[in-house]
Design a protein around this ligand. Sequence first.
Ligand code: CO
Length: 337
Amino acid sequence: MTGIIDVHTHYVPKGWPDLSTAAGGGSRWPWLRVDSERDAMIMIGSDEFRRIGENCWSGERRLAEMDRDGISAQVVSPTPVFFCYDRPVDQAVRVSRIFNDLALEICAADPDRLLPFCQVPLQDPDAACAELDRCVTAGHRGVEIGNHVGDRDLDDAGIEMFLRHCAERNVPVFVHPWDMPDSPRLQRWMARWLTGMPAETHLSILAMILGGAFDRLPRNLRICFAHGGGSFAFWIGRVDNAWQRRPDVVGTSRQPPSSYVDRFYVDSVVFDPRALRLLVDTIGPDRVMLGSDHPYPLGEQPPGQVIRANPLLSDSEKAALLGGNAQTFLGATPPGS
Ligand code: CO
């Protein structure tokens, strides 16, 4: 795998069994209302969630768009609304298996360029580890997880056990915000996506630092946070100040929070060249990777533009962000190489 690698894209399969008839299915199951050959609506029960196109489910269409956009390979991750962490574990296991197997079918169009990341029933760490192992054996290249399971953050003992398992299996982890808090104030202007997602990701990085997860987990864990790590990079000074000034409450990590930035990766989808420069300066030029959130509306078009057209990055930094760092993160050689 060489060239330009997009580590943050999503898929939705075109067809899956009617989950509402599953044992104990109940209401509000995700399903796809196919409106034409090229358009569909993700439905949650009877509610419209998001309009999508065939570039979600067609491997050939994805490859054509990658050729158009100059992308060599892309990580193909689940769409978080299908995680099902709030359901009984047997239902979440069933959904994970269905979607993970369908992801392999999409990526079969070119397994060297379409790199599937699986989802796991993270509410049950043992079941999550089992599904991860099944998927890695079947051809998945990593795992995407939500940034929390209900009130449990990434420093929860069970989730930490799963992350340790990923490190032991040498499997990269992509953390995506999801299940953002809701209120009438957050229902305007996509506020849950515009302010909620960056805050959620910031909180998850803090949980791994201040919750001690990075102190306990092995250094070889490769974990990446979506959307440039949310608001974390801009506010790391505030967190360090709090760690120094309020050690009674915040001083729960062995080292100052800013010293943990070499333990994780972030993607580049921050849109503004100055924001990306700050991210590279804060997290490190070897820790930021092209991610676009393709093909969704809040993603970057064309993917990687904020890197390629950025006058504040050197050529060597651009090369690292466009593909070199992702090769390290993915940690695998392609089949046949
Ligand atoms: Co995304």
